[in-house]
Design a binder for this molecule. Structure first.
Ligand code: APR
Ligand code: ZN
Ligand code: ZN
Length: 364
């Protein structure tokens, strides 16, 4: 099959022939139909996030089940699926307490770029090992993934918008519905209006938030932020004053961070009112540390919540999100700024890096 391989950071992806080893027990071979390019993929290409290489990136995909390994029970050949990047073992403390996104089997394997059994299915044409990315490696015509990554969907659901449910949409909407449980009538600040931030905004809108403040350095994001439900669009320099004046001097009931930076995490903490809720959604560089006022941490009684993959349970949340889409309550197609083919993936990455688009999608 053809796949886009990254050999070193800050270089082009090489679209070349790659060998895929058959799915092992509890694994599934998926013929990919569409994949989004997420900020996290771009960070690896830029070198701001490091993973084992060579690697096939991509973790926001949808496709059709082509073959299944032994003992697979969750899908059958021909099923249309959205891929979740968080497989789970079903046996650890977190799986048993229904926190699938915190499964203990996940972290060590994802860092090593391998599947759950510690090995890889990707080989170069010379037979050398190629690493997986987030278990999915969707910048390819096909992929082998753990079966718990495969969430079946209706066959009439178009693949391009479906693919985005695999990362940005679930991360954003899940942060609102699962992690923060935003209440109707509340005020919500969202720092960073990218693919994830727009989904926090539309999640807050359907949760019945009354005021939604989009805080963003790039003025070009205003129209889209408003279309997704923002009632205010504010430059960070003006945000604190404006949010206070619009909330009777208090600050926002909820402040979400979706830019993935230390500074924006600290800023989101500032924007929440005393007793309010701060939700960290973006994933910052692993070396950075946040600095918050030690007195205020206690005195202001703000609730600080981390939200990883929107606190999602994909088998429950993906279908629920698709139902909201079907009812016209959330936008998915509007997230797609441009479409490319696998052969043109480097142009697609460059387009993502301009900051102009919430998402670009590769159609496979
Ligand atoms: N203040 C406000 N907005 C900012 C700031 C800042 N200081 N710095 C960056 N931004 C904005 C960018 O202009 C952009 O619109 O944050 C947005 C980030 O969006 P994307 O780059 O599209 O990233 P996205 O895919 O939404 O992911 C956001 O979540 O999953 C993680 O790794 C991902 O950390 C990233 C975050
Ligand atoms: Zn992502
Ligand atoms: Zn587990």
């Amino acid at each position: 099959m053809k796949a886009a391989v990254l050999y070193t950071p800050q270089s082009n992806l090489m679209v070349e022939h790659v060998r895929l080893i058959d799915p092992q027990p509890h694994e599934v071979l998926v013929r990919l139909q569409a994949t989004g390019i997420c900020h996290s993929d771009v960070m690896v290409i830029q070198g701001t996030s490091t993973v084992p290489m060579p690697v096939v990136l991509g973790h926001e995909g949808a496709g059709i089940v082509e073959a299944v390994g032994e003992d697979v029970t969750q899908v059958t050949v021909g099923d249309h699926v959205i891929l979740s990047w968080a497989p789970y073992c079903g046996e650890c403390f977190y799986c048993k307490s229904d926190h699938l996104n915190l499964c203990e089997a996940y972290a060590p394997r994802v860092l090593d770029g391998v599947l759950l059994d510690g090995t890889t299915r990707l080989r170069s044409s010379a037979g050398e090992e190629i690493k997986h990315y987030s278990f999915l490696s969707t910048f390819a015509e096909m992929t082998v993934v753990p079966e718990t990554c495969c969430i079946p969907i209706d066959r009439d659901m178009p693949f391009a918008p479906a693919s985005l449910v695999g990362c940005a949409v679930t991360t954003g909407i899940g942060a609102v519905r699962n992690t923060a449980r935003v209440q109707p009538g509340s005020s919500v600040a969202v720092v960073g209006v990218g693919g994830v931030g727009l989904n926090i905004i539309q999640g807050a809108r359907i949760a019945g938030a009354e005021r939604i403040f989009a805080v963003e350095i790039n003025p070009a994001k205003e129209q889209q932020a408003r279309a997704f439900g923002a009632t205010h669009f504010i430059d960070p320099l003006a945000a604190e004053d404006l949010i206070r004046s619009e909330t009777g001097g208090l600050g926002a009931d909820y402040a979400f961070e979706s830019a993935g930076r230390k500074q924006t995490m600290e800023f989101a903490y500032q924007l929440a009112r005393r007793g309010g809720t701060v939700v960290f959604v973006g994933v910052a560089e692993s070396t950075s540390m946040v600095s918050l006022s030690a007195t205020q941490l206690t005195r202001s009684e703000k609730h600080i919540l981390g939200s990883f993959y929107g606190g999602a349970k994909p088998s429950r949340d993906f279908p629920a999100i698709l139902e909201l889409y079907r009812q016209g309550r959330i936008k998915l197609d509007e997230l797609i700024g441009a479409r490319y083919t696998l052969d043109n993936i480097n142009e697609a990455v460059a387009a993502m890096r301009t900051g102009r688009y919430a998402r670009v999608v590769i159609e496979l």
